[in-house]
Design a protein around this ligand. Sequence first.
Ligand code: ADP
Ligand code: MG
Length: 245
Amino acid sequence: MSRVIVVASGKGGTGKSTVAASLGVAFAGRNRRVLLIDCDSGMRGLDIMLGVSKSLVFDIADAVSGNCKTEHIIYPCSHTNGLYLIPAPQKAEDELSPEVLWQFIESVESQYDIIIIDSPAGVGKGFETAVYPAQTCIVVANAEPTSVRGCVNVRRRLTELGKEDIRLVINRLSKRGFFKMNFYADLDEIIDETQIRLIGVVPESTQVVAAIQKGIACTEECKALAAFRRIAGRIEGENLPLAVC
Ligand SMILES: Nc1ncnc2c1ncn2[C@@H]1O[C@H](COP(=O)(O)OP(=O)(O)O)[C@@H](O)[C@H]1O
Ligand SMILES: [Mg+2]
């Protein structure tokens, strides 16, 4: 059985898709077969990040409605072996129900070690669909009060839905910005407020974003890449240190 991970956050723009794509690359680097499912209907972006936007024809709504076969919606990432993408529907109204996504995942999961679902922001219908099949929930926060509050709402809803494995990623951390803005004294304050166990800290990184937004591999070794590798290892139970910025 594969491990199904959802990446969620209360606020938009915290870096969910960047984290989902980068974790996909990190797991593939650990020789896992990885399927990324974009559930941000109407706002999809993982096809750009995985370098498949030009070849994209069908999406997950086409497969479940019988417009095409399942094999036609699984796109191999152009820059990373072992990483595959299922694009989100182009139109928000084609969003799947939680049960349909669950059934779809059951039909493909034997072919993958890891399935990562990229959720839309907030705790609306799209979120309910994205989190339904997941065992592990990664909640992405930035070190800002509105983002942290969003994560509190997400954690509450995930707990109501019976999710137990909920972990926090603090993304886009810049040491200088953190102390200059002075929203929090330290990261523990964010962890206490969200009441979510921390699994990793990803620094602000122009290298990762420059590559990811062009749909190419980030070949420049940097702290953010190392952070994603550590988070992947920690999700698989390895005793690795948290990222240090
Ligand atoms: N670690 C990071 N360092 C710098 N910029 C980042 C980082 N993570 C995400 N970003 C930027 O933040 C913005 C939102 O990221 P995205 O992954 O699209 O967020 P979401 O999916 O939560 O809406 C993008 O401009 C992206 O390039
Ligand atoms: Mg996104």
